[in-house]
Design a binder for this molecule. Structure first.
Ligand code: ARG
Ligand code: ZN
Length: 882
């Protein structure tokens, strides 16, 4: 990495409007496996808001330019310059003009999976963030909006299905040839990152949706031949999403057709191209035999997410890529709310917060920390992160908490109305909520600008004589890369005071503030809140529903936490109280493991879990969450520095065994009570019963008794669906080395022809916390089912090893780090986005104990020194080491 080769970062502060606008785009695409020809006709004009007399600069990437005309006239070679990154017209006439640009690309050689590529044999595209420039020369920035017409032509035998954005206009045979064509027109102006086309041999299912105002929309889901029966759940989720968006946000669909195409090779989850969403097939295809309950839930959420982008993302897009959270954070918030309405709201909240703490908190605490709206980037693809998506959603959720249901809806209505058709900014978004509610959100806006997780410290005191209760609250925000000084944040802290009878007390704030609603508004480094008429010592329930994405510490005793775990009316905090007890125990037990001293007894946790298990009034899905012991990564995050993954693993294994021993009868009873009745159904209630039953199976097996293992074996063999079968397989793989190989082999034998199921098999083996895991992973890279070219396979095997097997990834001999670093270097030449994402698994390396920290650093340095690294990997490795 020589410094002069590194281009300067892009900075938010340098934003300038485009000098030239594009009103219409006509694309004529002739598909060919290795030489697809694209003729782009661009109607352009100078932007009145741009710089006068500017050249026309069009982005390009790995394009071969075949011809170029201006208003029909070929251009003189001195009139333009072509470099690998741009086509520049040096002195164009300063008026409306038409450019016709012919390029040729090789979709079969496109291993980056950006631009036009082939997945299996299907032609497809991915343009977000900067892939359109790999199809034709274009101002590839989200604030250039144009109306697109696309003619797609291909061999009929090779690509009988031809799809584009918008509505179908015409199609037919190309006279005298074996080729055919289709023309699509999208009336809604859009940035080029929302462009898409598909050509291939695909099967489809179709249904009709009638919108709130009675418009008929034809819905289509296209899948590989023979897989239509696995698309039904996605179709159902789509129709429910469309209805929900009308009912909850007043957003109606705006084209005659809505198509979804599932492809096997895809860098991300899915893409919201206008009227033509393209999905990683793992988030479309499901059947009881091949998909788990978690897969069904993910499909529902991602179908909804991409559909919801039609308004929050497409109708209103982003001015520049710094505003990515404007569409992503908001749309994640919307899909979370949809799933909460479709399933159990508390359980959805718990799983969303677990995801946030598991992925975003570590990001915020490490070298890759960045604000929800970054202010500079070197590679935008590296900013599709948990911070932009998940923390971005939390920020929107806080807005709703602050403004209330109606105030939030008023702000959203104003936003959807005022900015329809715009490329907007975070400021535009916040101004709508400020205007609609007559409030000032200037300090709140710091959530978009300051990185790091706020630390909130709370201590409570009850004044018996005055019958009052005081909460003293302090907030700090730790320094993060590029941000040493921080300002205090606006933190809406939902609280309750739980009385000795387990009931919520009435909140009577001393100052008559909005604390009566149960939300404390924290805006200063230190604040105190006093409540009157508190006749008994209450137990405070803090940050209810996880109202703010902060790390909270309090002086609460274990007894108080135990009380909340049993009585809190807020289900999230009821869950969280038990988690806090468990984490506290695991931190202590890890320290004991390292010091070689005796492990503490987990009596409080056992009591809390036992009470939850015995409470027949609770939703089984909730109980399953409450029974889950914090992960090794959760414990590492809680410890924060000098982390020894082996000690954590040891402590956690012993805790699980102790819980198993102490609660065996209750676990067994719950296991029996939740036995399946009737055929598999993916709905939330049945999934919740399975989740609880499987959690019991797992904890029972964690005791290591022959009965526990035998039960898992029976469960595995008797399963009639993938959820139960795969769960039992995981239990056997982790807890029963003697039964593991046979079970893995049986599973493989049954499903080896199904790549998405093989991914589960690969991922499971990569997570086994034993020294042989490394050799196993290495061996599996030569397995016929594995392919370095497929992102799902790579993420299943290498991604799971790096992300979900802390003891083996962080092996003390450094071999785990070297394995992942080696994979990153191998993949980088082919697919930089995938390589960069894998490398981000090192994000918490500085918190490791010294020996492992040195090994991680050595692996990162080895990557950094490799010549010809992609900008993607260069960016991650230099920030990681920075
Ligand atoms: N906008 C897509 C989503 O729904 C993500 C696309 C990201 N693609 C990429 N190459 N960075 O979240
Ligand atoms: Zn999105």
């Amino acid at each position: 990495m020589s410094s002069d080769a590194v281009p300067p970062p892009v900075r938010l502060g340098d934003y300038l409007p485009p000098d030239w606008l594009v009103d219409t785009v006509h694309l004529d695409v002739r598909l060919h496996p290795t030489a697809s020809r694209i003729v782009a006709t661009l109607a352009m004009r100078p932007n009145p808001a741009g710089r006068e007399g500017s050249p026309i600069v069009l982005d390009g990437d790995e394009l071969s330019l075949k011809s170029l005309t201006l208003d029909g006239e070929p251009l003189d070679g001195t009139a333009y310059v072509v470099t690998p990154a741009a086509l520049t017209l040096l002195a164009p006439p300063q008026r409306a003009l038409t450019l016709e640009i012919e390029t040729v690309v090789d979709p079969s050689a496109n291993t980056k999976l950006m631009g036009l590529y082939r997945s299996s044999s299907t032609y497809c595209t991915q343009c977000e963030a900067e892939g359109f420039r790999r199809i034709t020369f274009f101002p590839d920035r989200p604030d250039v909006l144009a109306v697109y017409t696309t003619r797609i032509e291909a061999e009929r035998a090779e690509a009988p299905v031809l799809l584009g954005n918008g509505n179908p206009v015409e199609s037919g045979a190309v006279e005298g040839t074996s080729r055919h064509y289709a023309v699509w027109h999208d009336p809604w102006p859009k940035p080029c990152y929302l462009f898409a086309l598909v050509g291939g041999k695909l099967d489809r299912i179709t249904e009709e949706f009638v919108t709130a105002t009675g418009k008929r929309v034809e819905l289509g889901i296209y899948v590989e031949l023979g897989k239509t029966e696995r698309a039904g759940y996605a179709m159902d989720a789509l129709k429910r999403s469309m209805r929900w968006d009308e009912e909850v946000f007043g957003c109606e669909y705006d084209l005659d057709v809505f198509n979804i195409v599932a492809v096997a090779d895809f860098n991300m989850g899915a893409m919201e191209n206008k009227g033509l969403n393209i999905f990683n097939d793992k988030y479309v295809l499901a059947s009881p035999q091949t998909a788990t309950d978690a897969d069904y839930a993910n499909i529902e959420a991602i179908i909804a997410h991409e559909y919801f982008h039609n308004w929050t993302g497409n109708r209103i897009t982003c001015r520049d890529w710094f505003q990515l959270c404007l569409k992503e954070g908001l749309t994640v918030f919307r899909d979370q709310e949809f799933s909460a309405d479709a399933r159990s709201r508390p359980v959805k909240r718990i799983s969303d917060v677990r995801l946030l703490k598991g992925h975003q908190f570590p990001e915020d605490a490490g070298p890759l920390a960045h604000p929800v709206r970054p202010s500079s980037y070197r590679e935008i693809n590296n900013f599709y992160t948990a911070t932009v998506y998940e923390k971005g959603a939390e920020v929107v959720r806080m807005l709703k908490t602050l403004l209330g249901e109606e105030g939030f809806r008023a702000g959203m209505d104003l936003y959807l109305d005022r900015h329809d058709g715009d490329a907007a900014t975070v400021e535009d978004f916040l101004a709508c909520f400020a205007n609609a509610n007559g409030v000032d959100l200037a300090q709140f806006a710091l959530w978009y600008a300051q990185s790091g997780t706020p630390q909130v410290t709370v201590s409570g005191s009850w004044d018996e004589a005055a019958r009052s209760y005081r909460l003293d609250i302090a907030q700090t925000l730790p320094p993060t890369p590029g941000q040493s000084e921080k300002l205090p944040m606006v933190i809406p802290l939902a609280v309750g005071l739980v009385g000795p009878d387990g009931q919520d007390m009435t909140l009577t704030p001393d100052d008559g503030s909005n604390a009566a609603r149960g939300v404390l508004l924290i805006t200063e480094p230190r604040q105190s809140f006093v409540f009157r008429d508190v006749p008994h010592r209450p137990v405070p329930s803090l940050n209810r529903g996880f109202s703010a994405p902060v790390k909270l510490s309090s002086d609460m005793s274990t007894a108080d936490l135990l009380f909340l775990a049993r009585h809190d009316s807020d289900p999230f905090n009821r869950f969280d109280a038990a988690q806090t007890i468990a984490l506290g125990h695991l931190v202590e037990a890890t320290a004991a493991a390292r010091a070689g001293t005796a492990m503490p007894a987990p009596d409080a946790l056992v009591a809390a879990l036992g009470a939850t298990l015995d409470d027949g009034a609770l939703d089984p899905a909730f109980v399953a969450q409450a029974l889950s012991i914090p992960s090794e990564t959760d414990v590492a995050r809680e410890i924060g520095e000098d982390v020894d993954p082996d000690a954590i693993h040891g402590a956690r294994t012993r805790l699980r065994r102790a819980v198993s021993d102490a609660l065996a009868p209750a676990l067994h009873a719950a296991y029996v009570r939740h036995a399946p009745s009737g055929a598999y159904c993916p709905d939330a209630a049945s999934a919740g019963r399975r989740a609880l039953r499987n959690t019991c199976l797992d904890l029972l097996a964690a005791g290591g008794t022959p009965e526990g293992i035998a039960r898992a074996q029976v469960h595995f063999e008797a399963a009639d669906n993938m959820t139960d079968r795969f769960f039992a397989l995981s239990v056997l793989a982790h807890a029963a080395p003697q039964a593991r190989e046979a079970a893995l082999a049986a599973f493989h034998e049954r499903f080896h022809e199904d790549p998405l199921v093989v991914d589960k098999w690969l991922a499971l083996q990569a997570q086994i916390a034993e020294p042989q895991a490394l050799e196993r992973v290495r061996g599996l890279t030569s397995h016929p089912a594995f392919a370095w070219s497929n992102p799902n396979r790579v993420r299943a095997l290498i991604g799971s090893f790096a992300g979900l097997n802390p003891t083996q990834f962080h092996r003390v001999d450094g071999a785990g780090h070297q394995l992942v670093a080696g994979a990153v270097m191998d993949i980088d030449g082919r697919n930089p986005q995938l390589a960069a994402r894998l490398l981000a698994a090192f994000k918490s390396w500085r918190s490791l104990e010294p020996v492992r920290r040195a090994s991680a650093e050595a692996a990162l340095r080895r990557v950094a020194e490799k010549p010809d690294l992609s900008p993607d990997v260069t960016d991650i490795v230099s920030r990681s080491l920075g």
